[in-house]
Design a protein around this ligand. Structure first.
Ligand SMILES: NC(=O)c1ccc[n+]([C@@H]2O[C@H](COP(=O)([O-])OP(=O)(O)OC[C@H]3O[C@@H](n4cnc5c(N)ncnc54)[C@H](OP(=O)(O)O)[C@@H]3O)[C@@H](O)[C@H]2O)c1
Length: 261
């Protein structure tokens, strides 16, 4: 059975790449792609490039009313939601108190609450075989001073995904948290403290196309966590074993050495 794919954060970066790969059939046959973000112009342009029929939802997921639009649209259609991809999100670098209060709060609202809300509204329309993919981050597995609120939001996404995957597994629905390192996307357009960005990105970048390919593969297999690069998988394993303070100190020393400070 075909169905629909709902992709948040579809106007840019990873979300845009999910739309591209789903449109090319990477997630199986689809009746429609529903693309969600604030930028209507970008979503319209994407819809013109897709083979699959696209429905544009120009919504701000920080607004409560956006979920009513999504819920009403879901209630009005008969096809199941085969894929829900939660990719909308942002992060601000810098020490906690240097990041404006609103930015810290909005990180929690978008990266955590919007994920809960979209799952809540899509789940009644899902069937056995449906998949939820949530963009977490390696920052959810390894605590990141200098990116503290963001890191905590991604830990939330990771735990929500793992527990929901366990709960929904018996009805054939799986939830995957995707944990990449950095990608050169809109994420780094207005990131806050540039020195912190320079230090932290010394761990290197992944390509959105590789991350999305691995994420869809992990989701099809029903894996609850997908760490997309081998070096970060090893780092995450170390972080599991070592005390958190030691992990954070080690990272700090590594970033300082790599950034040549
Ligand atoms: N890039 C990285 O280094 C990296 C690493 C690990 C994890 N991630 C995670 O991957 C996900 C995708 O990030 P990305 O790299 O693709 O960044 P991006 O290029 O900046 O894309 C973010 C997307 O979220 C949408 N968005 C932002 N605020 C929104 C709002 N209030 N309501 C609705 N949509 C909103 C943006 O569209 P509009 O502006 O049109 O609304 C855009 O489509 C995020 O969850 C991010 O935390 C990124």
């Amino acid at each position: 059975m075909a169905g629909i794919a709902v992709v948040t954060g579809a106007s840019s970066g990873v979300g845009r790449e999910f739309v591209r790969q789903l449109d090319h059939g990477a997630g199986g046959p689809l009746d429609e792609l529903w693309v969600v973000a604030r930028s209507a112009d970008k979503l319209e342009a994407i819809s013109e490039q897709c083979q699959t029929p696209v429905r544009v939802f120009a919504l701000d997921l920080l607004e409560e009313s956006s979920y009513e639009s999504l819920r009403d649209a879901l209630d009005d259609q008969e096809e199941p939601v085969q894929w829900l991809i939660n990719s909308a999100g942002f992060g601000k670098f810098g020490s906690f108190d240097a990041i404006p209060e609103e930015a810290n709060a909005n990180m929690v609202r978008l990266n955590c609450l919007a994920v809960v809300e979209t799952i809540y509204h899509c789940l009644p329309h899902m069937v056995s075989g449906s998949r939820i993919v949530n963009m977490a981050s390696i920052a959810g597995l390894i605590p990141q001073p200098g990116l503290s609120t963001y890191s905590a939001t991604k830990r939330f996404v990771l735990d929500l995904s793992r527990t929901l995957d366990y709960e929904l597994g018996p009805v054939g629905i799986h939830v995957t948290a995707v944990c990449p390192k950095f990608m050169d996307t809109g994420f780094l357009n207005d990131p806050g403290d540039q020195r912190q960005v320079r230090r932290m990105t010394t761990i290197g970048f992944e390509k959105p196309e590789d991350v999305v390919r691995k994420a869809l593969h992990a989701a099809v297999l029903g894996r609850s966590t997908c760490v997309t690069s081998p070096d970060m998988a090893a780092a995450a394993l170390l972080a599991k074993i070592l005390p958190a303070n030691l992990v954070m100190k080690g990272q700090d020393l590594l970033f300082t050495a790599r950034a040549g400070e």
